[in-house]
Write a protein that binds this ligand. Structure first.
Ligand code: C2E
Ligand code: MG
Ligand code: MG
Length: 593
Protein backbone atom coordinates (compact mmCIF):
# COMPACT_ATOMS: atom_id res chain seq x y z
CA UNK A 1 0.00 0.00 0.00
CA UNK A 2 1.22 3.50 -0.76
CA UNK A 3 2.57 5.11 2.38
CA UNK A 4 0.45 8.25 1.87
CA UNK A 5 -2.67 6.12 1.73
CA UNK A 6 -1.62 4.18 4.81
CA UNK A 7 -1.11 7.44 6.62
CA UNK A 8 -4.57 8.62 5.59
CA UNK A 9 -6.12 5.39 6.77
CA UNK A 10 -4.40 5.58 10.14
CA UNK A 11 -5.30 9.21 10.55
CA UNK A 12 -8.97 8.73 9.72
CA UNK A 13 -9.46 5.39 11.40
CA UNK A 14 -12.48 5.57 13.72
CA UNK A 15 -10.40 3.62 16.27
CA UNK A 16 -7.98 5.51 18.46
CA UNK A 17 -4.50 4.46 17.30
CA UNK A 18 -1.12 5.27 18.80
CA UNK A 19 2.45 4.37 18.08
CA UNK A 20 4.96 4.10 20.91
CA UNK A 21 8.69 4.44 20.43
CA UNK A 22 10.88 1.79 22.03
CA UNK A 23 11.22 3.92 25.19
CA UNK A 24 7.44 4.05 25.64
CA UNK A 25 7.07 7.64 24.41
CA UNK A 26 4.26 8.47 22.00
CA UNK A 27 5.50 8.98 18.45
CA UNK A 28 2.16 9.02 16.62
CA UNK A 29 -1.53 9.32 17.44
CA UNK A 30 -4.56 9.85 15.27
CA UNK A 31 -7.52 12.18 15.65
CA UNK A 32 -9.66 9.50 17.34
CA UNK A 33 -6.99 9.10 20.03
CA UNK A 34 -6.92 12.87 20.55
CA UNK A 35 -10.69 12.82 20.98
CA UNK A 36 -10.67 9.90 23.38
CA UNK A 37 -8.01 11.24 25.71
CA UNK A 38 -8.77 14.95 25.34
CA UNK A 39 -5.19 15.99 24.65
CA UNK A 40 -3.92 17.67 21.52
CA UNK A 41 -1.25 15.98 19.45
CA UNK A 42 1.31 18.62 20.39
CA UNK A 43 0.72 17.83 24.04
CA UNK A 44 1.26 14.12 23.64
CA UNK A 45 4.01 13.63 21.09
CA UNK A 46 7.20 12.72 22.91
CA UNK A 47 5.38 12.22 26.20
CA UNK A 48 5.48 8.87 27.96
CA UNK A 49 2.43 6.75 27.25
CA UNK A 50 1.79 6.14 30.95
CA UNK A 51 0.27 9.63 31.06
CA UNK A 52 -2.77 8.12 29.33
CA UNK A 53 -3.31 5.42 31.93
CA UNK A 54 -4.70 5.57 35.42
CA UNK A 55 -2.09 4.86 38.00
CA UNK A 56 -3.30 1.33 38.75
CA UNK A 57 -3.11 0.36 35.10
CA UNK A 58 0.42 1.55 34.39
CA UNK A 59 2.33 -1.40 35.76
CA UNK A 60 0.00 -4.06 34.28
CA UNK A 61 0.20 -2.29 30.93
CA UNK A 62 3.98 -2.27 31.04
CA UNK A 63 3.76 -6.00 31.74
CA UNK A 64 1.46 -6.47 28.72
CA UNK A 65 3.92 -4.72 26.42
CA UNK A 66 6.89 -6.55 27.88
CA UNK A 67 5.13 -9.87 27.21
CA UNK A 68 5.08 -9.22 23.45
CA UNK A 69 7.70 -11.19 21.60
CA UNK A 70 8.87 -11.29 17.99
CA UNK A 71 7.34 -14.78 17.69
CA UNK A 72 3.98 -13.57 19.06
CA UNK A 73 3.99 -9.87 18.20
CA UNK A 74 0.32 -9.27 19.01
CA UNK A 75 -1.34 -9.71 22.40
CA UNK A 76 -3.79 -12.62 22.29
CA UNK A 77 -6.33 -10.79 24.37
CA UNK A 78 -6.51 -7.04 24.61
CA UNK A 79 -5.17 -5.39 27.73
CA UNK A 80 -8.03 -4.05 29.82
CA UNK A 81 -7.60 -1.28 32.32
CA UNK A 82 -8.38 2.36 33.02
CA UNK A 83 -7.26 5.16 30.73
CA UNK A 84 -6.81 8.67 32.03
CA UNK A 85 -7.98 11.71 30.16
CA UNK A 86 -6.53 15.23 30.16
CA UNK A 87 -9.23 16.38 32.60
CA UNK A 88 -8.24 13.69 35.08
CA UNK A 89 -11.28 11.51 34.49
CA UNK A 90 -10.85 7.80 33.94
CA UNK A 91 -12.24 5.76 31.14
CA UNK A 92 -12.23 1.96 30.86
CA UNK A 93 -10.13 0.93 27.87
CA UNK A 94 -9.19 -2.17 25.96
CA UNK A 95 -5.87 -1.90 24.21
CA UNK A 96 -4.59 -4.26 21.57
CA UNK A 97 -0.82 -4.06 21.41
CA UNK A 98 1.29 -5.11 18.41
CA UNK A 99 5.02 -5.22 18.24
CA UNK A 100 6.22 -3.59 15.01
CA UNK A 101 9.17 -4.74 12.94
CA UNK A 102 12.56 -3.71 14.29
CA UNK A 103 13.04 -0.01 13.63
CA UNK A 104 16.78 -0.51 13.51
CA UNK A 105 17.19 -0.18 17.23
CA UNK A 106 18.63 -3.60 17.79
CA UNK A 107 17.25 -6.98 18.70
CA UNK A 108 14.62 -7.90 21.26
CA UNK A 109 11.11 -6.75 21.94
CA UNK A 110 12.21 -3.98 24.26
CA UNK A 111 13.92 -2.15 21.45
CA UNK A 112 10.92 -2.20 19.11
CA UNK A 113 8.13 0.27 18.55
CA UNK A 114 4.64 -0.84 19.54
CA UNK A 115 1.30 -0.01 17.88
CA UNK A 116 -1.75 0.42 20.10
CA UNK A 117 -5.35 0.19 19.03
CA UNK A 118 -7.58 1.49 21.81
CA UNK A 119 -11.22 0.84 22.43
CA UNK A 120 -13.15 2.80 25.04
CA UNK A 121 -15.22 0.60 27.38
CA UNK A 122 -14.90 -3.07 28.30
CA UNK A 123 -16.54 -5.81 26.30
CA UNK A 124 -19.02 -7.82 28.34
CA UNK A 125 -17.15 -11.07 27.63
CA UNK A 126 -13.79 -9.68 28.73
CA UNK A 127 -13.16 -9.94 32.43
CA UNK A 128 -11.58 -6.82 33.88
CA UNK A 129 -7.83 -6.87 34.46
CA UNK A 130 -7.03 -9.74 32.14
CA UNK A 131 -3.99 -8.17 30.52
CA UNK A 132 -0.95 -10.42 30.71
CA UNK A 133 0.26 -8.32 33.64
CA UNK A 134 -3.19 -8.24 35.26
CA UNK A 135 -3.57 -9.79 38.69
CA UNK A 136 -6.38 -11.54 40.47
CA UNK A 137 -6.79 -8.39 42.51
CA UNK A 138 -7.27 -6.39 39.30
CA UNK A 139 -9.88 -8.83 38.14
CA UNK A 140 -11.73 -8.67 41.42
CA UNK A 141 -11.57 -4.88 41.68
CA UNK A 142 -14.97 -3.32 41.19
CA UNK A 143 -15.09 -1.19 38.07
CA UNK A 144 -17.12 1.71 39.31
CA UNK A 145 -16.55 4.08 36.46
CA UNK A 146 -17.65 3.95 32.87
CA UNK A 147 -17.69 6.23 29.90
CA UNK A 148 -21.13 7.63 30.54
CA UNK A 149 -20.36 8.72 34.09
CA UNK A 150 -16.82 10.04 34.07
CA UNK A 151 -16.75 11.29 37.64
CA UNK A 152 -13.32 12.78 38.28
CA UNK A 153 -11.66 9.78 39.76
CA UNK A 154 -8.08 9.84 38.65
CA UNK A 155 -7.07 8.50 42.03
CA UNK A 156 -9.11 5.71 43.51
CA UNK A 157 -10.78 6.60 46.79
CA UNK A 158 -13.25 4.39 48.58
CA UNK A 159 -15.22 7.27 50.05
CA UNK A 160 -18.83 7.72 48.95
CA UNK A 161 -18.70 11.44 49.43
CA UNK A 162 -15.57 11.53 47.32
CA UNK A 163 -17.34 9.85 44.50
CA UNK A 164 -19.91 12.57 44.60
CA UNK A 165 -17.05 15.00 44.19
CA UNK A 166 -17.84 17.02 47.30
CA UNK A 167 -14.47 16.51 48.89
CA UNK A 168 -12.44 16.57 45.76
CA UNK A 169 -10.56 19.27 43.94
CA UNK A 170 -12.37 19.37 40.59
CA UNK A 171 -9.22 19.96 38.52
CA UNK A 172 -6.90 17.24 39.79
CA UNK A 173 -9.49 14.95 41.37
CA UNK A 174 -7.34 14.91 44.50
CA UNK A 175 -8.93 15.23 47.95
CA UNK A 176 -9.43 18.87 48.89
CA UNK A 177 -8.43 20.70 52.08
CA UNK A 178 -11.53 19.69 54.00
CA UNK A 179 -10.96 16.01 53.46
CA UNK A 180 -7.26 16.41 54.15
CA UNK A 181 -7.99 18.00 57.53
CA UNK A 182 -10.39 15.21 58.43
CA UNK A 183 -7.82 12.56 57.57
CA UNK A 184 -5.08 14.39 59.42
CA UNK A 185 -7.24 14.62 62.52
CA UNK A 186 -8.07 10.91 62.24
CA UNK A 187 -4.40 9.99 61.83
CA UNK A 188 -3.48 11.99 64.92
CA UNK A 189 -6.01 10.03 66.97
CA UNK A 190 -3.94 6.90 66.28
CA UNK A 191 -0.53 6.36 67.90
CA UNK A 192 1.42 5.84 64.65
CA UNK A 193 3.89 8.28 63.06
CA UNK A 194 2.28 11.15 61.15
CA UNK A 195 4.15 13.40 58.74
CA UNK A 196 2.89 16.36 56.76
CA UNK A 197 4.65 17.61 53.66
CA UNK A 198 3.47 20.95 52.33
CA UNK A 199 4.43 21.89 48.77
CA UNK A 200 4.24 25.05 46.79
CA UNK A 201 5.21 25.59 43.15
CA UNK A 202 7.73 28.38 42.66
CA UNK A 203 6.87 31.16 40.20
CA UNK A 204 3.52 29.63 39.36
CA UNK A 205 2.16 33.05 38.50
CA UNK A 206 4.75 33.31 35.73
CA UNK A 207 3.50 30.07 34.23
CA UNK A 208 -0.05 31.37 34.23
CA UNK A 209 1.04 34.63 32.62
CA UNK A 210 3.26 33.06 30.00
CA UNK A 211 1.56 29.86 28.95
CA UNK A 212 -2.02 30.63 29.88
CA UNK A 213 -4.56 29.13 32.21
CA UNK A 214 -5.07 25.82 30.46
CA UNK A 215 -1.35 25.04 30.38
CA UNK A 216 -1.13 25.95 34.06
CA UNK A 217 -4.02 23.58 34.76
CA UNK A 218 -2.32 20.86 32.77
CA UNK A 219 0.77 21.28 34.89
CA UNK A 220 -1.18 21.03 38.13
CA UNK A 221 -2.76 17.79 36.92
CA UNK A 222 0.64 16.34 36.06
CA UNK A 223 2.14 17.47 39.37
CA UNK A 224 -0.78 15.79 41.15
CA UNK A 225 -0.14 12.59 39.27
CA UNK A 226 3.58 12.60 40.04
CA UNK A 227 2.92 13.25 43.71
CA UNK A 228 0.50 10.34 43.84
CA UNK A 229 3.12 8.10 42.26
CA UNK A 230 5.60 8.94 45.02
CA UNK A 231 3.45 7.78 47.93
CA UNK A 232 1.71 4.60 49.05
CA UNK A 233 -1.98 4.02 48.36
CA UNK A 234 -3.04 4.77 51.94
CA UNK A 235 -1.22 8.13 52.06
CA UNK A 236 -3.20 11.23 51.17
CA UNK A 237 -2.18 13.77 48.54
CA UNK A 238 -4.47 16.78 48.57
CA UNK A 239 -4.64 20.07 46.74
CA UNK A 240 -5.27 22.95 49.08
CA UNK A 241 -5.89 25.37 46.24
CA UNK A 242 -3.88 27.39 43.73
CA UNK A 243 -0.39 25.95 43.49
CA UNK A 244 -0.38 24.43 46.98
CA UNK A 245 -0.41 20.69 47.63
CA UNK A 246 -0.08 18.72 50.83
CA UNK A 247 0.88 15.13 51.52
CA UNK A 248 -0.15 13.21 54.62
CA UNK A 249 2.06 10.23 55.40
CA UNK A 250 0.87 7.79 58.00
CA UNK A 251 2.88 4.97 59.53
CA UNK A 252 5.81 6.10 57.42
CA UNK A 253 9.25 5.27 58.76
CA UNK A 254 11.22 7.53 56.48
CA UNK A 255 9.35 10.69 55.52
CA UNK A 256 12.58 12.33 54.38
CA UNK A 257 13.04 9.64 51.75
CA UNK A 258 9.55 10.44 50.46
CA UNK A 259 10.37 14.17 50.36
CA UNK A 260 13.49 13.36 48.41
CA UNK A 261 11.58 11.11 46.02
CA UNK A 262 9.06 13.86 45.38
CA UNK A 263 11.80 16.44 44.79
CA UNK A 264 13.44 14.09 42.28
CA UNK A 265 10.19 13.25 40.57
CA UNK A 266 9.29 16.92 40.08
CA UNK A 267 12.81 17.79 38.98
CA UNK A 268 12.21 15.84 35.79
CA UNK A 269 10.83 18.34 33.22
CA UNK A 270 7.23 17.89 32.13
CA UNK A 271 5.40 18.81 28.98
CA UNK A 272 2.67 21.43 29.17
CA UNK A 273 1.06 23.44 26.40
CA UNK A 274 3.57 22.02 23.94
CA UNK A 275 6.60 23.19 25.98
CA UNK A 276 8.84 21.32 28.36
CA UNK A 277 9.00 23.00 31.73
CA UNK A 278 10.44 22.19 35.10
CA UNK A 279 8.38 23.50 37.97
CA UNK A 280 10.45 24.61 40.93
CA UNK A 281 8.95 23.42 44.20
CA UNK A 282 9.52 24.41 47.78
CA UNK A 283 8.56 21.89 50.44
CA UNK A 284 8.30 21.88 54.19
CA UNK A 285 8.18 18.70 56.25
CA UNK A 286 6.77 18.48 59.77
CA UNK A 287 6.40 15.31 61.85
CA UNK A 288 4.24 14.57 64.86
CA UNK A 289 6.09 14.63 68.18
CA UNK A 290 4.72 13.84 71.66
CA UNK A 291 4.22 17.61 72.04
CA UNK A 292 2.13 18.06 68.88
CA UNK A 293 -1.23 19.52 69.84
CA UNK A 294 -3.28 19.14 66.70
CA UNK A 295 -3.30 19.08 62.92
CA UNK A 296 -3.34 22.86 62.66
CA UNK A 297 -0.06 23.01 64.54
CA UNK A 298 1.57 20.43 62.26
CA UNK A 299 0.42 22.36 59.21
CA UNK A 300 1.77 25.61 60.67
CA UNK A 301 5.14 23.96 61.20
CA UNK A 302 5.19 22.52 57.68
CA UNK A 303 4.32 26.00 56.42
CA UNK A 304 7.20 27.59 58.35
CA UNK A 305 9.60 25.01 56.90
CA UNK A 306 8.24 25.59 53.40
CA UNK A 307 8.64 29.35 53.76
CA UNK A 308 12.21 28.83 54.93
CA UNK A 309 12.84 26.62 51.90
CA UNK A 310 11.44 29.28 49.58
CA UNK A 311 13.45 32.14 51.01
CA UNK A 312 16.51 29.92 51.21
CA UNK A 313 16.68 29.68 47.45
CA UNK A 314 13.51 27.90 46.28
CA UNK A 315 13.35 24.51 44.66
CA UNK A 316 14.30 22.67 47.78
CA UNK A 317 12.79 21.08 50.86
CA UNK A 318 13.45 21.54 54.56
CA UNK A 319 12.40 19.78 57.73
CA UNK A 320 10.77 21.98 60.36
CA UNK A 321 12.97 23.31 63.13
CA UNK A 322 11.75 25.36 66.05
CA UNK A 323 13.85 28.37 65.13
CA UNK A 324 12.01 28.65 61.81
CA UNK A 325 9.10 30.14 63.70
CA UNK A 326 11.35 33.06 64.53
CA UNK A 327 12.42 33.59 60.94
CA UNK A 328 12.09 37.37 61.13
CA UNK A 329 14.94 37.47 63.63
CA UNK A 330 16.94 34.88 61.71
CA UNK A 331 16.50 36.83 58.50
CA UNK A 332 17.64 40.07 60.11
CA UNK A 333 20.71 38.23 61.35
CA UNK A 334 21.41 36.87 57.86
CA UNK A 335 21.00 40.33 56.37
CA UNK A 336 23.33 41.98 58.87
CA UNK A 337 25.92 39.25 58.28
CA UNK A 338 25.69 39.67 54.54
CA UNK A 339 25.96 43.45 54.73
CA UNK A 340 29.08 43.05 56.81
CA UNK A 341 30.46 40.48 54.35
CA UNK A 342 30.05 42.94 51.50
CA UNK A 343 31.78 45.66 53.50
CA UNK A 344 34.62 43.35 54.56
CA UNK A 345 35.17 42.02 51.03
CA UNK A 346 34.13 38.48 51.95
CA UNK A 347 32.26 37.99 48.69
CA UNK A 348 34.59 36.20 46.34
CA UNK A 349 34.20 34.75 42.87
CA UNK A 350 34.81 31.25 41.51
CA UNK A 351 35.07 30.41 37.81
CA UNK A 352 34.03 27.45 35.74
CA UNK A 353 35.32 26.95 32.19
CA UNK A 354 32.95 26.54 29.26
CA UNK A 355 34.39 24.35 26.52
CA UNK A 356 33.80 24.29 22.80
CA UNK A 357 34.22 20.68 21.67
CA UNK A 358 34.36 21.88 18.05
CA UNK A 359 37.40 23.99 18.78
CA UNK A 360 38.77 21.58 21.37
CA UNK A 361 39.30 24.56 23.65
CA UNK A 362 38.05 26.52 26.62
CA UNK A 363 36.18 29.56 25.32
CA UNK A 364 34.64 31.14 28.38
CA UNK A 365 34.75 31.37 32.17
CA UNK A 366 31.52 31.73 34.09
CA UNK A 367 31.75 33.69 37.33
CA UNK A 368 29.85 32.52 40.45
CA UNK A 369 29.55 34.51 43.66
CA UNK A 370 30.72 32.86 46.90
CA UNK A 371 30.39 34.05 50.48
CA UNK A 372 33.27 33.03 52.68
CA UNK A 373 31.61 32.82 56.07
CA UNK A 374 33.21 31.41 59.22
CA UNK A 375 35.75 29.52 57.14
CA UNK A 376 33.25 27.86 54.83
CA UNK A 377 31.81 28.81 51.46
CA UNK A 378 28.11 29.62 51.44
CA UNK A 379 26.60 28.79 48.01
CA UNK A 380 24.72 31.53 46.15
CA UNK A 381 21.31 29.91 46.38
CA UNK A 382 21.52 30.38 50.15
CA UNK A 383 22.51 34.01 50.28
CA UNK A 384 21.31 35.53 46.99
CA UNK A 385 17.63 35.44 48.02
CA UNK A 386 18.55 37.37 51.19
CA UNK A 387 20.60 39.74 49.04
CA UNK A 388 17.63 40.24 46.72
CA UNK A 389 15.18 40.89 49.56
CA UNK A 390 17.47 43.36 51.28
CA UNK A 391 18.60 45.26 48.19
CA UNK A 392 22.19 44.15 48.77
CA UNK A 393 22.10 42.37 45.42
CA UNK A 394 23.10 45.58 43.64
CA UNK A 395 26.28 45.91 45.64
CA UNK A 396 27.07 42.22 45.39
CA UNK A 397 26.37 42.24 41.65
CA UNK A 398 28.72 45.21 41.16
CA UNK A 399 31.39 43.52 43.25
CA UNK A 400 31.17 40.26 41.28
CA UNK A 401 31.31 42.16 37.98
CA UNK A 402 34.30 44.21 39.06
CA UNK A 403 36.20 41.19 40.42
CA UNK A 404 35.37 38.98 37.45
CA UNK A 405 36.60 41.58 34.97
CA UNK A 406 39.76 42.28 36.97
CA UNK A 407 40.61 38.65 37.78
CA UNK A 408 40.01 37.25 34.29
CA UNK A 409 41.49 40.22 32.45
CA UNK A 410 44.97 38.64 32.03
CA UNK A 411 43.36 35.69 30.22
CA UNK A 412 41.10 37.92 28.14
CA UNK A 413 43.95 40.21 27.15
CA UNK A 414 46.04 37.24 26.02
CA UNK A 415 43.41 35.70 23.73
CA UNK A 416 40.45 37.40 22.06
CA UNK A 417 38.76 33.97 21.89
CA UNK A 418 38.12 34.00 25.65
CA UNK A 419 35.20 35.71 27.36
CA UNK A 420 33.88 35.99 30.89
CA UNK A 421 30.22 35.38 31.77
CA UNK A 422 28.61 37.08 34.77
CA UNK A 423 25.20 36.17 36.23
CA UNK A 424 22.87 39.10 36.73
CA UNK A 425 19.73 39.28 38.85
CA UNK A 426 16.63 40.91 37.39
CA UNK A 427 16.56 43.27 40.36
CA UNK A 428 19.80 44.86 39.20
CA UNK A 429 17.83 46.34 36.30
CA UNK A 430 15.76 48.38 38.74
CA UNK A 431 18.73 50.68 38.60
CA UNK A 432 18.00 52.55 35.38
CA UNK A 433 21.73 53.19 34.98
CA UNK A 434 22.68 49.53 35.32
CA UNK A 435 23.90 49.25 31.70
CA UNK A 436 25.92 52.43 31.98
CA UNK A 437 27.46 51.21 35.25
CA UNK A 438 28.44 47.87 33.67
CA UNK A 439 30.13 49.66 30.78
CA UNK A 440 31.98 51.87 33.26
CA UNK A 441 33.30 48.79 35.12
CA UNK A 442 34.38 47.21 31.85
CA UNK A 443 36.17 50.39 30.82
CA UNK A 444 37.87 50.88 34.17
CA UNK A 445 39.21 47.31 34.24
CA UNK A 446 40.42 47.51 30.66
CA UNK A 447 38.27 44.65 29.35
CA UNK A 448 36.97 44.63 25.77
CA UNK A 449 33.14 44.72 26.11
CA UNK A 450 32.95 42.03 23.41
CA UNK A 451 34.59 39.67 25.89
CA UNK A 452 31.84 40.10 28.48
CA UNK A 453 28.62 38.10 28.53
CA UNK A 454 25.74 38.66 30.95
CA UNK A 455 23.54 35.72 31.98
CA UNK A 456 19.91 36.40 32.86
CA UNK A 457 17.19 33.92 33.68
CA UNK A 458 14.29 33.86 31.27
CA UNK A 459 11.70 35.59 33.45
CA UNK A 460 13.87 38.74 33.53
CA UNK A 461 13.37 39.21 29.79
CA UNK A 462 9.64 39.37 30.28
CA UNK A 463 9.47 41.68 33.31
CA UNK A 464 7.44 44.40 31.69
CA UNK A 465 7.79 46.89 34.54
CA UNK A 466 11.58 47.05 34.30
CA UNK A 467 13.25 48.61 31.32
CA UNK A 468 15.37 45.52 30.84
CA UNK A 469 15.16 45.40 27.07
CA UNK A 470 16.30 49.00 26.60
CA UNK A 471 19.29 48.39 28.83
CA UNK A 472 20.15 45.12 27.13
CA UNK A 473 20.06 46.84 23.74
CA UNK A 474 22.37 49.54 25.06
CA UNK A 475 24.80 46.89 26.32
CA UNK A 476 24.72 44.95 23.05
CA UNK A 477 25.36 48.08 21.02
CA UNK A 478 28.54 48.47 23.07
CA UNK A 479 29.53 44.86 22.22
CA UNK A 480 28.44 43.04 25.42
CA UNK A 481 26.71 39.72 24.73
CA UNK A 482 23.62 38.38 26.46
CA UNK A 483 22.69 34.81 27.41
CA UNK A 484 19.41 33.36 28.65
CA UNK A 485 20.35 31.14 31.62
CA UNK A 486 18.53 27.99 32.77
CA UNK A 487 16.52 27.84 29.56
CA UNK A 488 13.48 25.62 29.94
CA UNK A 489 13.07 25.94 33.69
CA UNK A 490 10.86 28.98 33.46
CA UNK A 491 8.08 29.16 31.02
CA UNK A 492 9.53 30.89 27.96
CA UNK A 493 8.82 29.01 24.75
CA UNK A 494 11.20 28.91 21.83
CA UNK A 495 8.80 31.13 19.89
CA UNK A 496 9.21 33.92 22.43
CA UNK A 497 12.97 34.11 21.91
CA UNK A 498 12.49 35.77 18.54
CA UNK A 499 13.34 39.46 18.56
CA UNK A 500 14.92 39.44 22.03
CA UNK A 501 18.33 41.12 22.43
CA UNK A 502 20.00 37.77 22.88
CA UNK A 503 23.11 35.90 21.73
CA UNK A 504 22.93 32.58 23.54
CA UNK A 505 20.66 30.17 25.39
CA UNK A 506 21.91 27.89 28.14
CA UNK A 507 20.07 24.60 28.43
CA UNK A 508 19.39 23.88 32.09
CA UNK A 509 21.03 21.02 33.93
CA UNK A 510 17.70 19.33 34.64
CA UNK A 511 17.30 18.60 30.92
CA UNK A 512 20.88 17.38 30.59
CA UNK A 513 20.24 15.07 33.56
CA UNK A 514 17.63 13.24 31.45
CA UNK A 515 20.50 11.84 29.37
CA UNK A 516 21.48 8.75 31.30
CA UNK A 517 22.90 6.23 28.81
CA UNK A 518 23.12 8.37 25.70
CA UNK A 519 20.75 5.98 23.88
CA UNK A 520 17.59 7.90 24.79
CA UNK A 521 15.32 9.52 22.28
CA UNK A 522 14.91 13.06 23.55
CA UNK A 523 13.72 14.98 20.50
CA UNK A 524 13.38 18.26 22.38
CA UNK A 525 17.15 18.70 22.33
CA UNK A 526 17.11 18.78 18.52
CA UNK A 527 14.13 21.11 18.59
CA UNK A 528 15.75 23.46 21.08
CA UNK A 529 19.16 23.53 19.42
CA UNK A 530 17.82 23.84 15.87
CA UNK A 531 15.35 26.55 16.81
CA UNK A 532 18.03 28.52 18.65
CA UNK A 533 20.42 28.19 15.70
CA UNK A 534 17.74 29.30 13.26
CA UNK A 535 17.40 32.47 15.34
CA UNK A 536 21.15 32.99 15.13
CA UNK A 537 21.71 32.04 18.78
CA UNK A 538 24.48 29.91 20.25
CA UNK A 539 23.65 27.07 22.63
CA UNK A 540 25.52 25.99 25.76
CA UNK A 541 24.45 22.97 27.81
CA UNK A 542 25.08 23.21 31.57
CA UNK A 543 25.63 20.53 34.16
CA UNK A 544 27.48 18.02 31.96
CA UNK A 545 28.64 15.32 34.34
CA UNK A 546 29.24 12.34 32.06
CA UNK A 547 30.93 11.65 28.74
CA UNK A 548 27.62 10.20 27.47
CA UNK A 549 25.90 13.55 28.07
CA UNK A 550 28.73 15.42 26.36
CA UNK A 551 28.68 13.14 23.29
CA UNK A 552 24.90 13.22 23.04
CA UNK A 553 24.85 17.01 22.95
CA UNK A 554 27.86 17.28 20.65
CA UNK A 555 26.09 14.98 18.19
CA UNK A 556 23.16 17.34 18.22
CA UNK A 557 25.21 20.41 17.38
CA UNK A 558 25.35 22.01 20.82
CA UNK A 559 28.00 24.75 20.53
CA UNK A 560 29.55 24.57 23.97
CA UNK A 561 29.42 22.55 27.16
CA UNK A 562 29.95 23.20 30.83
CA UNK A 563 29.89 21.00 33.89
CA UNK A 564 31.74 19.01 36.50
CA UNK A 565 32.93 16.57 33.81
CA UNK A 566 35.24 19.33 32.60
CA UNK A 567 35.88 21.25 35.82
CA UNK A 568 34.20 22.47 38.99
CA UNK A 569 34.14 26.20 39.70
CA UNK A 570 37.38 27.32 41.38
CA UNK A 571 39.10 30.57 42.37
CA UNK A 572 41.00 32.53 39.72
CA UNK A 573 44.28 31.46 41.28
CA UNK A 574 43.50 27.84 40.31
CA UNK A 575 42.37 28.62 36.78
CA UNK A 576 45.39 27.15 35.01
CA UNK A 577 44.79 23.75 36.62
CA UNK A 578 41.08 24.01 36.00
CA UNK A 579 41.67 24.61 32.30
CA UNK A 580 44.02 21.70 32.05
CA UNK A 581 41.45 19.38 33.57
CA UNK A 582 38.84 20.70 31.13
CA UNK A 583 41.09 20.08 28.12
CA UNK A 584 41.92 16.55 29.29
CA UNK A 585 38.20 15.82 29.65
CA UNK A 586 37.48 17.07 26.10
CA UNK A 587 40.20 14.76 24.75
CA UNK A 588 38.71 11.83 26.67
CA UNK A 589 35.23 12.50 25.31
CA UNK A 590 36.59 12.79 21.76
CA UNK A 591 38.60 9.58 22.15
CA UNK A 592 35.53 7.67 23.37
CA UNK A 593 33.39 8.61 20.34
P1 C2E B 1 23.76 29.10 37.03
O1 C2E B 1 24.26 30.39 36.53
O2 C2E B 1 22.84 28.36 36.13
O3 C2E B 1 25.04 28.24 37.39
C1 C2E B 1 25.14 26.86 37.35
C2 C2E B 1 25.25 26.28 38.74
O4 C2E B 1 25.44 24.88 38.62
C3 C2E B 1 26.41 26.78 39.57
O5 C2E B 1 26.02 26.65 40.92
C4 C2E B 1 27.48 25.75 39.26
O6 C2E B 1 28.46 25.68 40.27
C5 C2E B 1 26.66 24.49 39.21
N1 C2E B 1 27.24 23.49 38.31
C6 C2E B 1 28.09 23.64 37.28
N2 C2E B 1 28.35 22.46 36.69
C7 C2E B 1 27.65 21.52 37.36
C8 C2E B 1 27.51 20.10 37.22
O7 C2E B 1 28.08 19.46 36.36
N3 C2E B 1 26.68 19.48 38.12
C9 C2E B 1 26.03 20.16 39.09
N4 C2E B 1 25.27 19.47 39.93
N5 C2E B 1 26.13 21.51 39.23
C10 C2E B 1 26.92 22.18 38.38
P2 C2E B 1 26.20 27.83 41.97
O8 C2E B 1 27.55 28.43 41.84
O9 C2E B 1 25.78 27.31 43.29
O10 C2E B 1 25.17 28.91 41.46
C11 C2E B 1 23.80 28.68 41.47
C12 C2E B 1 23.06 29.81 40.79
O11 C2E B 1 23.19 31.02 41.54
C13 C2E B 1 23.58 30.13 39.40
O12 C2E B 1 23.03 29.27 38.45
C14 C2E B 1 23.14 31.57 39.23
O13 C2E B 1 21.80 31.62 38.80
C15 C2E B 1 23.19 32.09 40.65
N6 C2E B 1 24.40 32.88 40.80
C16 C2E B 1 25.67 32.49 41.05
N7 C2E B 1 26.50 33.54 41.13
C17 C2E B 1 25.74 34.64 40.92
C18 C2E B 1 26.01 36.06 40.87
O14 C2E B 1 27.15 36.53 41.00
N8 C2E B 1 24.96 36.89 40.64
C19 C2E B 1 23.71 36.41 40.44
N9 C2E B 1 22.72 37.28 40.23
N10 C2E B 1 23.42 35.11 40.48
C20 C2E B 1 24.42 34.23 40.71
MG1 MG C 1 24.69 31.12 34.84
MG1 MG D 1 22.09 27.91 34.62
Amino acid sequence: MESGLAQLLLEHSPDPLLLLASDGSISFLNAAAEDLFGYSRAQLLGTHSSLLLAEDSREPFRGAVAALAPAAPRSRRPFTGAGRRADGTEVPVEITCSLLPDGGNGPGAAARPVALSVRAGHRQDTPAGNGPGGTAADAAAPRRRNLSSPAPAAFAEPDDALRAGVLRDPLTALPNGTLFNERLAAALRRPDPVDVLLLNLDDFKNLNDMLGRSAADEMLVEVASRLRNCVRPHDTVARLGGDEFVVLLTECLNAEAVAKRIAESLYEPLRVGGSLVRPGISMGLASRTPQTLDGAELLRQADAAMTAAKTGGKNTWLRFRQEMLGTAAAKADGRAGLRQAVELGQISVHYQPVVSPGLGAVVQFEAFARWERHGRLVPPNQFLPVAEQSGLIREIGDEVMRRACAEIRPWLAGDAGYSVAVNVSGLQFQNRDFATDVLAIVASTGVDPRQLMLELTESVFFESDLDVLRQLRQLREAGVRIAMDDFGTGYASLGRLKGLPLDKVKIDRSFVAMIKTGQEQLPFFDTMINAAHSLGLRVTAEGIETAAQASYLMDRGCDSLQGYLFAKPAPASELAGTMESALTAIDKVEAGR
